[in-house]
Ligand binder design. Structure first.
Ligand code: CTP
Length: 399
């Protein structure tokens, strides 16, 4: 998402400047082009040379140091950037931005830029809580700037409070969210998509369950792919895989819990992608205490609700239903049967009989089976790429 992005990084005074060095490296590693400007206070904490060496570009420090008569540096960086990132943003710089002051290179460039402005405050907890700082932050938000909340925790002052520079992963997640929300052209903007992931667990007793080999990787990759195309994603998952902060995640365990979540959210959704491997059966009686060994044990199972089929029954014509079919033989034929039986718009059929694809691995080969087109094979590749192809099918469907 940062590939090719031109980011102007405005560094202001605070002990967190040393953490911004690492943030800048991460942005560059992810393909962003970064130019740095620093206030005099920022230079007290980390030498501009550190940023220069790592960004491989000179650092803007002084408004009046113009080496090239053809260029006015603070206007140039303001116009060049796709995004203005202020990190750390001190209480002082926040106050200046809110008042519209332009008394150093950083504040002058920020007053001149038309790029979206993303602010990462970091300061003493009392400075942050001070009404005047809060009023300044409100003003900046009302002007359309994105202002993060700092982390709570141990501050440089030696006590706990809210004001810490946020963890790098949180900054990157919120940056992606802010950047995505700026882009009005994304094809799934305004669409809400429910995605289910992982194998359900059907409890036998407090420590045992029936489940399957699904890892949730395909569903989680689909959630990321749909989000990137602008959708609001609700991921209902049994998996322990991590999700970025911008994806709404609902943790479930059993088929019954998954059914309830899907059923609650379905009315407001534009699409449902059932990537989860839902157990078809669950124990009729769940033992409250751990079962003791016996010579023989017969488990009585009852049929679980078929979530896809139930949603197929109640779906409105404009709602799109995508199901998966795990097959080892007659892949297309079985997928077509499921497409009709479950009133789905697309079945993603995957061959689970081979070890290099399908369950619990990073790659997959699938065939897209719909009512309108010839079956389309998406050849063996990473699940993230397969996910993009499936989401592209959904985009075409809406077109
Ligand atoms: N599904 C569901 N609820 C269930 C079982 C399955 O919503 N109780 C969904 C799955 O999430 C998947 C599709 O239905 O999208 C799979 O259909 P299913 O009939 O279970 O196919 P297979 O798992 O391939 O099993 P089988 O062919 O044995 O029926």
């Amino acid at each position: 998402m940062f590939k090719g992005k031109k980011i102007a990084l405005y560094v202001t005074g605070g002990i967190a400047v040393y953490k911004v060095v690492d943030l800048m490296r991460e942005l560059i590693k992810n393909g962003a082009e970064v130019r740095v400007a620093m206030t005099p206070s920022a230079c007290e904490f980390v030498s501009p040379l550190t940023f220069q060496v790592l960004s491989r570009h000179f650092i803007y420090l002084n408004t009046f140091e113009e080496n090239d008569p053809e260029v006015v540096n603070h206007i140039n960086i303001a116009d060049w950037s796709d995004l203005a990132l202020v990190a750390p943003a001190s209480a002082n710089t926040i106050a200046k931005l809110s008042a519209g002051l332009a008394d150093n290179f950083v504040t002058s460039a920020l007053l001149a830029t038309t790029a979206p402005v993303f602010i990462v405050p970091a300061m003493n907890a009392n400075m942050y809580k001070n009404t005047v700082t809060q009023e300044n932050i409100e003003k900046l938000k009302n002007r359309g700037h994105y202002v993060m909340t700092p982390d709570k925790g141990f501050l440089a002052e030696g006590y706990e409070g809210e004001g810490r520079f946020p963890e790098k992963t949180r900054i990157l997640d919120e940056l992606k969210l802010a950047m995505r929300d700026q882009d009005m052209r994304l094809p799934l903007k305004g669409k809400t998509i429910i995605i289910t992931a992982g194998g359900t667990k059907e409890r036998i007793d407090p420590v045992r369950f029936i489940s399957n080999d699904s890892s949730g990787k395909m569903g989680h990759a689909l959630a990321e792919a749909a989000w990137r195309q602008g959708a609001t994603v609700k991921l209902i998952t049994t998996s322990q895989l991590e999700t970025p902060g911008y994806i709404e995640r609902l943790a479930v365990e059993s088929a019954a819990e998954m059914y309830n979540e899907v059923h609650t959210l379905f009315k407001e959704a534009d699409a449902l992608v059932m990537a989860a491997a839902v157990s078809d059966y669950s124990p009729k009686n769940v033992e409250k205490k751990k079962m003791k060994k016996q010579n023989e044990l017969t488990l009585e199972l009852k049929k679980n609700p078929d979530i896809l089929m139930e949603m197929g029954r109640i779906k409105a014509p404009q709602q799109c239903l995508i199901g998966f079919a795990a097959e080892t033989d007659n892949i297309i034929e079985y997928a077509k049967e499921k497409l009709t039986a479950k009133h789905a718009d697309l079945i993603v059929a995957n061959d689970v009989g081979k070890t290099d694809r399908g369950f619990n691995v990073d790659s997959n080969e699938v065939t897209l089976v719909s009512h309108t087109d010839e079956p389309k094979v998406i050849s063996l590749q990473e699940k993230s790429k397969i996910a993009r192809e499936i989401i592209n099918w959904l985009i075409e469907y809406y077109n």
